[in-house]
Write a protein that binds this ligand. Structure first.
Ligand code: SF4
Ligand code: SF4
Length: 286
């Protein structure tokens, strides 16, 4: 009969509308209080409305969901606790299509020679288009796409340029939000450790921790609180800046331009404010 489908559809809508009130009585005021109730309401056996009461309730995102990137820090190896996995190679800044990654390479405070850790790392999350190229190309698994999508604020100039402190999250966080991918990566690396660690362990005749599902979280359970990430503040870093891996040739940060030419001269400290001013200027011109 013509229109039978419409009538059926309206009947389904009416049933859910009516059952929403039946549900309210059945849950006796606890409908929105328990995670189990939320799972039932989102499942096939639900009687009432499917509506998600955001922000009190949130749908789980799939493992491969990607929002803005974050930097992985060590939280397992006691000798490297809190250190960045990033070696400031600059590859992510080069491949980033909208050029929103800014890196300042770290250097040894005594010798002034470059060290494989970033002194500063910025991502302008307003410009980031969540493509995930940085994470795909990073040879050290040091930058990953986060699941945290609640980053809106009223101040795009300051709050949306994330520095190293805001970007850093422990490796166990990555394992918790993307267990399958983290395991695959660790198997490819040859162990749970950072690839540089695995290399030096091999040289010393030691075995890296074999990557299996069972030893993903040796020190604590998934449900335990994540450890505090130890991050060195960019402004307090005593080291001079050797070089900045700027995303584009014309966008070299102020720190590089200010570096003296003579190799024996004392180089100026990294100036975070000057760098931020440069990024803001670039942002204004986008
Ligand atoms: S590609 Fe990876 S290791 Fe290289 S600078 Fe980017 S995050 Fe750091
Ligand atoms: S996700 Fe894409 S746009 Fe965002 S920082 Fe990485 S490479 Fe750049």
């Amino acid at each position: 009969m013509y229109g039978k489908g419409i009538a059926n559809g309206l009947w389904v809508t009416f049933k859910h509308f009516f059952n929403t009130y039946v549900d309210d009585i059945r849950y006796a005021g606890r409908k929105y209080m328990r995670q189990e109730n939320f799972q039932v309401r989102q499942g096939l056996k639900t009687q009432g409305a499917f509506t998600v009461q955001y922000p009190d309730e949130k749908l789980a995102v799939p493992e491969r969901f990607r929002f803005v990137p974050f930097l992985v820090t060590e939280d397992q190896d006691p000798t490297r606790m809190g250190e960045d996995w990033c070696t400031s190679c600059g590859i992510c800044a080069k491949v980033c299509p909208p050029q929103c990654i800014w890196i300042v390479r770290g250097s040894d405070p005594v010798t002034g020679r470059p060290v494989p850790q970033p002194e500063a790392f910025f991502i302008d999350i307003d410009i980031c288009m969540n493509c995930g190229f940085c994470a795909e190309f990073c040879p050290f698994d040091a930058i990953k796409m986060d699941h945290d999508y609640e980053l809106a604020s009223y101040d795009r100039t300051n709050n949306h340029i994330l520095d190293k402190k805001k970007l850093s999250k422990p490796h166990s966080y990555w394992k918790a939000i993307a267990p399958t991918t983290a395991l695959e990566e660790a198997i490819d690396r040859g162990g749970w450790e950072h690839s540089d660690n695995i290399k030096s362990m091999k040289k010393a005749g030691k075995q890296a921790t074999p990557a299996t599902k069972d030893n993903m979280f040796p020190a604590r359970k998934l449900t335990d609180a994540l450890p505090e990430t130890v991050v060195v503040e960019e402004t307090s870093a005593p080291a001079p800046v050797a070089e900045a891996a700027a995303p584009a040739a014309e966008a070299k940060p102020a720190t590089t331009a200010a570096a003296p030419a003579a190799s024996g001269d004392k180089k100026p400290k990294f100036d975070k404010q000057a760098m931020l001013a440069k990024i803001r200027e670039k942002k204004a011109n986008k």
